[in-house]
Design a protein around this ligand. Structure first.
Ligand SMILES: Nc1ncnc2c1ncn2[C@@H]1O[C@H](COP(=O)(O)OP(=O)(O)OP(=O)(O)O)[C@@H](O)[C@H]1O
Ligand SMILES: Cc1ncc(CO)c(N)n1
Length: 267
């Protein structure tokens, strides 16, 4: 069985972060492992507190996994602070896993800064050069490039700038634009487009976490980069189509819809 690691924050409500990542891994039939960078008190309505995990305990979690288990893919999500990023980068340079997907999580849908703004530069400098792929959403790409992004043309321009920052591939997600949800992949030579119609739902908590985890799982399973993104896009689209009205705010995606359907557990 393929073994995949998420390095990210915990979301107590189970819709995003570590919890979304592990559910996505399970749904893909890969064995999920986790390094927790921060614990958030969070639900569908907002983020209410964050406790960062110390540099030492983050290093020890990474060491415990890599010294014992072969890792087929790593996804990085919420990294919170400068020292968190530095220790992750140091450890990953040492263990050098083949596939690293970086989701540059900055601000939650409810507007909470999950990444200290002072650490934005560190994330770009330390993590992007290690990344097989980086998956910014539009607001994150705007922070990274300092440009305003409203059109597909501007998304392409931004993807080129982010590529120059060191990631081998850039997947710029279009979930925040108004039209269809088109994600753009740039590999330094050409663009590929992954489109779906916009689904009319408020329940999109954890969509970004889910997509980057699905890409990591598919890459670990041996799919080419384009195939991995295409399958992950299909997965997130179904997960949003069948998202769950849990809680009073922005509900989570449904990770097991396809599995349940195949097993005849739902109509
Ligand atoms: N309403 C929607 N309908 C269809 N696809 C969507 C919708 N919203 C987001 N997506 C898709 O979901 C994936 C995640 O994109 P999005 O831009 O929402 O990520 P994000 O903002 O990083 O999420 P998060 O809140 O977890 O940080 C992308 O493939 C995007 O195209
Ligand atoms: C812990 C965590 N990671 C990522 C996100 C994505 O927005 C979130 N809301 N919470």
């Amino acid at each position: 069985m393929k073994k995949v690691l998420t390095i990210a924050g915990s979301d107590s409500s189970g819709g995003a972060g570590i919890q979304a990542d592990l559910k996505t891994f399970s749904a893909h039939g890969v064995f999920g492992m986790s390094v927790i960078t921060a614990v958030t008190a969070q639900n569908t309505q907002g983020v209410f507190a964050v406790q960062d995990i110390t540099r030492d305990v983050i290093a020890k979690q990474i060491e415990a996994i890599f010294e014992d288990i072969e890792v087929d893919g790593v996804k990085i999500g919420m990294v919170s602070q400068v020292q968190t990023i530095e220790v992750i980068a140091e450890q990953l340079r040492h263990y050098a896993p083949q596939t690293i997907v970086v989701d540059p999580v900055m601000v939650s849908k409810s507007g909470y800064h999950l990444l200290n703004p002072e650490a934005e530069v560190t994330l770009i400098k330390e993590l992007l050069p290690l990344a097989m792929m980086v998956t910014p959403n539009i607001p994150e790409a705007e922070v990274m490039t300092k440009m305003s992004i409203r059109t597909l043309k501007q998304m392409e321009e931004a993807a080129k700038i982010i590529y120059q920052m060191g990631a081998k591939n850039v997947l710029l997600k279009g979930g925040h634009l108004e039209d269809d949800s088109t994600d753009i992949l740039y590999d330094g030579r050409e663009f590929s487009y992954f489109s779906s119609s916009r689904i009319a739902t408020k329940n999109t908590h954890g969509t970004g976490c889910t997509l980057s985890s699905a890409i990591t799982a598919n890459m670990a399973l041996g799919y080419s980069l384009n195939e991995a993104v295409s399958r992950a896009k299909e997965y997130i689209t179904i997960a949003i189509q069948h998202s769950l009205s849990i809680g009073k705010g922005v509900g989570p995606t449904h990770h097991f819809y396809t599995l349940y359907k195949k097993a005849g557990l739902i109509e």
